[in-house]
Design a binder for this molecule. Structure first.
Ligand SMILES: [Zn+2]
Length: 450
């Protein structure tokens, strides 16, 4: 009976919603079957990562693919007995080829060889980006013009006299979802008075009882940059977020006198704090050599403005606790009337099983950042004071992570695995314009064999 030519890729302990994080193994086997004797020069088993962006705003739609990751399993070297030595796959026979990949901690240096404004930009570009816009029915808040996909791909390659590169005569691929884990970065270098910037850590406002009444004073609110929120390795849970706020109230002379008579009820109360998490996806069809959420005035390295897409569907009321002592009068001589207090707001980002929060990242063509927009309702006139804080999201290293360093006693057991571990293919920043008529699907099979 004739069988169809096919490559089946079986991944051990895999299921559709499985997420692979840094150092997680991806093992399994590729089973190849051909209907007639088929000559081959090489079987390529690869773990590949591709980023793709599109720009519909230009007269001709601009589309770019960046193959940022390519690991190859040297199966012919490690398991020569599994393949026929004469280079012909026999009809009807099954060839089961094992593979073993580990989600790497970083990308090879050549992945980003374009100009970067600062070494820290390059350092971010040499990290793995998370899977984006490829989570099935879980919405990650990205536009369909920006995508990151990972796959295991298997190809049977033949050399021909007419083509310089081997040609794939049979190919199969299977997508896997990756959420890489990285440590929290240092707080951003954000200027407090940065007008028009993405982030605003301080704000002040005049307070009045009603819109038309006289001022009672001014309030200044300043926030410390919050620590990173840690996502579980499958991004289904998130740690608590904490924002520390400092409030400074300078009453007018009239109110100051009232307060000095012991009527501290004239000090403004904070009635509520609401927060909105804004997920921003920045993308470009050229290399982004600067962090797109910072220093917008100096973005000549991003070859024109980056496009961005905002998802602001997560809003919450934030419970907060005032400092025990409440408002305290400042003793400094420069502004003897000023009062200060601190607030700590602890809250949980709302999680939704139909959505997924991606970690913060910056890569050559794409970035994801989060802004926490806080609105404090203060004083007798319920005046709103708004702040925009950078919030970093990081993924916790997963339980499936394998130890990087094998204890000395276990060397023999792991010897075979070490030999079989794939290495990076030598590659430079491969950035190809592509023209396919399919608007939302990237053909992962195409172009990743080098
Ligand atoms: Zn780069």
């Amino acid at each position: 009976m004739l069988c169809r030519a096919r490559i089946a890729i079986h991944i051990t302990n895999h299921y559709a919603a499985k997420v692979y994080t840094t150092d997680a193994p991806i093992t399994g086997e590729a089973v190849i079957r051909v209907p007639r004797d088929t000559h081959f020069d090489r079987i390529a088993i690869q773990f590949a990562g591709v980023a793709a962006t599109r720009n519909y705003m230009t007269p001709e739609i601009d589309q770019v693919l960046h193959h940022f990751l390519l690991l190859e399993m040297p199966v012919q070297k490690t398991h020569p007995s599994l393949l026929p030595t004469d280079g012909i796959l026999r009809a009807g026979q099954m060839y089961a080829l094992p593979f073993h990949f580990v989600v790497p901690e970083g990308l090879p240096f050549g992945t980003c060889n374009q100009r970067c404004e600062h070494p820290s930009v390059r350092e971010h570009h040499l990290r793995l980006p998370p899977t984006m816009r490829a989570w099935g029915d879980r919405d990650d808040g990205s536009p369909d013009t920006a995508r990151v996909q990972y796959c295991i791909s298997v190809s049977v390659l033949q050399r021909t006299a007419f083509m310089p590169e081997p040609v794939s005569v049979l190919r199969g691929h299977r997508e896997v979802n990756v959420l890489p884990a990285y440590a929290e970065d240092a707080p951003l270098d954000v200027e407090l008075g940065d007008k028009g910037g993405e982030y605003k850590l301080a704000a002040f406002k005049a307070l009045r009882k009603t819109l038309v009444s006289r001022r009672i004073g001014t309030v200044a609110v300043q926030a410390a940059q919050p620590a990173a929120v840690v996502l579980s390795s499958d991004a289904r849970e998130a740690s608590q977020a904490r924002v520390a706020l400092n409030l400074r109230f300078v009453p007018t002379d009239r109110i100051s006198e009232i307060i000095s008579t012991g009527d501290e009820a004239s000090l403004p109360a904070v009635h509520s704090i609401t927060a909105k998490l804004i997920a921003k996806t920045y993308y470009n069809t050229s290399h982004m050599g600067a962090f797109p959420d910072r220093n917008r005035a100096r973005h000549e390295l991003n070859f024109g403005a980056s496009l961005y897409y905002s998802d602001s569907s997560r809003a919450m009321n934030v419970p907060f606790a005032s400092a025990d002592k409440g408002w305290e009068q400042q003793k400094e001589a420069d502004e003897p009337r000023a009062w200060e207090t601190t607030l700590n707001a602890d809250f949980q980002l709302p999680m939704d099983h139909r959505k997924i929060l991606l970690p913060t990242f910056h890569s050559c063509l794409l970035s994801r950042t989060y802004t926490l927009r806080l609105v404090l309702c203060i004083g007798p006139g319920r005046t709103n004071v708004a702040l925009s804080l950078p919030l970093q999201l990081v993924v916790q290293a997963g339980p499936s992570a394998v130890p990087l360093h094998v204890p000395p006693g276990n060397v023999s057991e792991c010897e075979e695995m070490d030999v079989a571990l794939p290495t990076y293919k030598d590659h430079v920043f491969v950035q190809k314009r592509y023209e396919d008529e399919v608007h939302t699907h990237i053909s992962l099979g195409g172009g990743i064999i080098l």
